[in-house]
Design a binder for this molecule. Sequence first.
Ligand code: COA
Length: 290
Amino acid sequence: MAVEMGSPSADGLGDVVRALEKWQDDTVPVQLHPGDVGWYWRFGAERTAQATRTWSRAGEILAVGLLDGADLLRLAFAPRALRDEELARQVASDVSGRGVLPEGKVSVEAPMSALIRDVLSEDGWGSGEPWTLLRRDLGAPVPDPGVDIEVVGPEQAREWAAALRASFGGSTSTDERWHAMAAGVPYAGARCLAVRDERGEMVAVVIVWSAGVGRMGLIEPMGVHREHRGHGYGRAITMAGARALRELGSSSVVVYTPSSNVGAVATYRSAGLEQVSERRDLCRDARHAP
Ligand SMILES: CC(C)(COP(=O)(O)OP(=O)(O)OC[C@H]1O[C@@H](n2cnc3c(N)ncnc32)[C@H](O)[C@@H]1OP(=O)(O)O)[C@@H](O)C(=O)NCCC(=O)NCCS
């Protein structure tokens, strides 16, 4: 049977999320997580569906892509299909030529060991900036971070969004987006957390996303208000996120961050995550003809 590319309707996103959940196994490379789709859901179900692609054979989803921004496609594969040649060639061909990505300079994030990396490299795609993978096993308990942790619900959405804007330059976070995200399918397995300073201001924020019991959980996003850095809040909120994932039954907590973000790498390490490996996106240069 041939491999076919599809784009789900908003109602069909549940099937895509369930497929991604099943693939978050500690024995396979870290790849696009249901939490990444859940975080994208802040733009609403319709836009999330429009940004999603699936590749299926005989009705079974074998690969999922999320167009995360104008020029980046992030991919995940069913573990047993990571080296499936027909699938890799079809995805590569669709990504290179069928209007999935725009013309010009574009990037594809694909799990290490996926055959599509070889196929795109052979086609002349280069590599982008390095991203560092950090991971903590959740078999053993995570120590108490020693600060009060607040579980964020609809009432705190506005404050949470403001704290996220104060953490990330260029963030367009709003409470409307928080509500859209919280209505998404993946959010059922997520926890949105915050820490306040002694005056009650929200200073550190995180969302952790479970993919179900015995599977990897994801941190996305995590940040500390720029006026409150260097006081251990980043470490504390990361540890709180890891503890929440353990309660949800996750086997591990993982996060990818640009290797150049030394503060983030140091903070995750300080919270007990270990640097595992680096990964680079595959990039097509503006001059490279598809
Ligand atoms: C990265 C970030 C969360 C750190 O928050 P923070 O509250 O200042 O971090 P902490 O005070 O808890 O520091 C934790 C550890 O990281 C180290 N660290 C923090 N920022 C650092 C930096 N810029 N350079 C080097 N080390 C740094 C601290 O020294 C500390 O180390 P230690 O535990 O060994 O003493 C914050 O700078 C931030 O929000 N950045 C922008 C958003 C971002 O990059 N988020 C993460 C990627 S998704």
